[in-house]
Design a binder for this molecule. Sequence first.
Ligand code: SAH
Length: 230
Amino acid sequence: MAEAAVTPVEQVGVGMTSARTRDRLIDRLRAQGISNELVLAHMRSVPRHLFVDEALASRAYEDTALPIGHGQTISQPFVVAMMTDALFEGPDQGEKPPRVLEIGTGCGYQTAVLAPFARHVYSVERILPLVERAQRTLRKVGVHNVSVRYADGWHGWRSQAPFQRIIVAAASAGVPRDLLDQLDEGGRLVIPVGKHGAQVLACITRTGEQFSRRIIADVSFVPFVPGMAR
Ligand code: SAH
């Protein structure tokens, strides 16, 4: 009697969230230049439609940012792919970094994409209802090697540092000092920097006390807001 339990809304969801729809998104990412097969495979397996409101589920496999409430958005799949690739590309791809820090959990979608690349993902979000929703969704989709914390990500997550990789999903004028400090030797930080309308995605690598910076692309992110939301 499984069919009888499915509501019409869910049926529409099935059509628009089917394997074929997801494949089309992956083809599109590939056509836009994402060539990291591991990133593409993980993104194909994460059910993005479960991270957005049911009313938006039919649009979940479009390559676009969507609202998640509280004035925030789930990142565009192409941007998630580009950031994940920048974070993990390279010859050591087979070895999972033990600790990855994510700032700006949002709905938890990027967290789920990061999870298979790390032994553990530590994710920080400043809006409490988003923290709670991300925790629920991540559990529901079977992602368990993540910890989501309600805190100001401006200061990273000191007690869990150092991190081999840090990813920031919100843009600031400069790079917070605490994030650089919490980066492990040889570690990599991917962060959007700059004002609205003029942001770039930077990839920063630590060698001792030196930080080298490479610009990856022009991007558009919600602001990295210091302090916690009330
Ligand atoms: N990757 C997320 C992106 C969400 S948008 C997703 O796909 O859903 C960026 C998120 O960064 C927002 O949820 C916002 O609340 C959060 N954010 C902004 N400033 C922050 C801060 N200082 N500390 C923690 N999170 C912050």
